[in-house]
Design a binder for this molecule. Structure first.
Ligand SMILES: *Cc1c(COP(=O)(O)O)cnc(C)c1O
Ligand SMILES: [Zn+2]
Length: 500
């Protein structure tokens, strides 16, 4: 719709201008730093940073109800810069001019209600939010759209040139980084570091296809992360891991979309997300907090962070009920089907601690919870969901398994409704489904297939047929008619079809 056709009172708000004053703030020493330079950690004490808008108060002057209308009307604009995460420009990156926004189709992913059977099984009403329907098939595109729009802005104003973007990854970060960097080719080149044999073939194909330099490193993600941190400390590179606070800003769009999808009613809502490096749960909390502070939502939804028992440092930290006694201890990860979350020493742990505390304090009660699930539960729930119309990845299975556990433990009530994050597309992790169907999981996963969920192709090649078609060698006449009839009979018998 054309801007002049919107209601008069909304028109001044429709197309945002670059405003606000973003600064990095250190979570350790609280020092503040300007955004002219790309910082990943505090130059004073080395802790992680978050971005804050020093002029955030101005957003509170606009009534919550007006914000609802601004966001709802903005959806009808055809301006590409506002079609993705920057629909929430004032909250995502107020300093970024719209002509610097990199939009590749990310965000506004579908919310799909679970069918009756699934809701019965889970004993609670829930939706999947399909973040696998982002351009590189995971939620990581949200953060990359933000980080690369910011770098694009720095390029445009001449604060940087010839950027080499680099990241360590469990697979999806590198796919997203390589994709977004390639859009700004040749001004940005990208390099990704992956743990050797610890990403799926689909994930490996993505940065290769985008033309990034791909390096495979022995060990697990935590080892790659150390190398990439060393590179960022000693060489002229732009780090794209979620240590980069711009990633967190972009991922807040996930919360804003959920709020808008439910007409800004967050009462009795539960948001379930898997945790790996803990950037996503940080962003989800931060996003809801900002909307709450501006009166855009009037209650904070419950949040449940889920981890596999094979990579559970955050869950372990919060298992201690007394805050003063909690101590963070990194864990040595074991094999996990939630491979993109197989992280023993999450970079965003200080952010999680800070925001969880703030979230619970503002809500006036505990609203952030953590759940732990087994590898078996992850696979069983993923496959069950996908038997019922979903396209959940293993991490989506992990989220759902976490919801079910939280429901059983009474953390989630019967009258609450959950939004479950399927962080990537099922196809990225199809290899784990194959292992399940072939009962071929190496013992360290501790997954035994439930025969009711196993599904395998059946080769129909009736033994009595002498001639069958082959690629490039068709058969004709009576032979072909015989082939079609016999194969049909076999299929009809396998499916127990009645004849007409
Ligand atoms: C990165 C990733 C996660 C974990 O997110 P964090 O922000 O690292 O906690 C979960 N699922 C998928 C599919 C991912 O790619
Ligand atoms: Zn500091």
């Amino acid at each position: 719709m054309k801007a002049e056709n919107f209601p008069k009172e909304i028109q001044p708000f429709l197309i945002p201008e670059a405003k606000g004053k973003l600064i990095y703030r250190c979570l350790g020493c609280e020092s503040e730093h300007g955004i002219e330079k790309l910082l990943y950690t505090c130059p004073d004490c080395g802790q992680v940073l978050l971005l804050y808008d020093e002029n955030f108060e101005r957003l509170k002057e606009i009534p919550g109800k007006t914000w609802h209308r601004i966001f709802d009307y903005r959806k009808m604009l055809t301006l590409p810069a506002l079609k993705g995460i920057y629909l929430y420009h004032e909250f995502i990156g107020p300093v970024i001019p719209t002509d610097a926004v990199v939009y590749l189709g990310e965000g506004h992913t579908p919310i799909v209600e679970a069918n009756g059977l699934m809701q019965e099984k889970a004993d609670v009403k829930f939706w999947f939010k399909n973040d696998g329907q982002n351009p590189s098939a995971s939620f990581k595109d949200r953060g990359m759209a933000s980080a690369l729009s910011y770098i694009h802005y720095l390029l445009k104003v001449g604060l940087v040139s010839d950027v080499l973007a680099i990241c360590a990854s469990t697979g999806d970060t590198s796919a997203a980084a390589a994709l977004y960097a390639s859009y700004l080719n040749p001004r940005i080149k990208s390099a990704v570091l992956l743990p050797h044999k610890k990403v799926t073939p689909q994930q490996l194909s993505q940065p290769l296809g985008s033309g990034a330099s791909v390096f495979e490193i022995p060990g697990v993600f935590d080892d790659c992360m150390k190398v990439v941190e060393h590179l960022a400390d000693h060489y002229n590179v732009a780090l794209l891991n979620s240590k980069n606070a711009w990633r967190i800003l972009g991922q807040e769009s996930y919360s804003y979309e959920i709020a808008q999808d439910f007409e800004f009613e967050m009462e009795k809502k539960v948001v379930v997300v898997p945790i790996g490096n803990a950037g996503n749960i940080t962003a989800v909390m931060s996003g809801f907090l900002k909307f709450y502070e501006c009166g855009i939502i009037s209650s904070l939804p419950k949040i449940i962070g889920v981890q596999s028992e094979h990579a559970n440092p955050v869950y372990r930290y919060y298992r201690e009920p007394e805050a003063e006694k909690r101590r963070f201890v990194p864990v040595t990860v074991r094999a996990s089907v939630a491979q993109a979350a197989m992280i023993g020493n999450p970079v965003s742990m200080p952010r999680v601690i800070r925001l969880t505390d703030q979230y619970n304090r503002l809500a006036g009660e505990q609203r952030v919870f953590f759940a732990e699930v087994t590898e078996q539960e992850i696979m069983d729930w993923e496959l069950t969901a996908n038997h019922n119309g979903h396209i959940a990845c293993t991490h989506g299975g992990e989220s759902l398994a976490g919801l079910v556990k939280a429901r059983k433990q009474g953390i989630v009530d019967k009258d609450e409704e959950a939004i479950v994050d399927s962080t990537a597309h099922a196809l990225k992790f199809a290899g784990f489904q194959e292992m399940y169907f072939d009962n071929a999981f190496p013992p360290e996963f501790a997954v035994t297939p439930d025969t009711a969920l196993i599904n395998r192709p059946v080769l129909m090649r009736p033994a009595d047929l002498e001639k069958v078609p082959e690629p490039g060698r068709p058969i004709g006449g009576k032979d072909f008619e015989h082939f079609v009839r016999r194969v049909s009979e076999e299929i009809a018998s396998a499916l127990q079809l009645r004849s007409l």
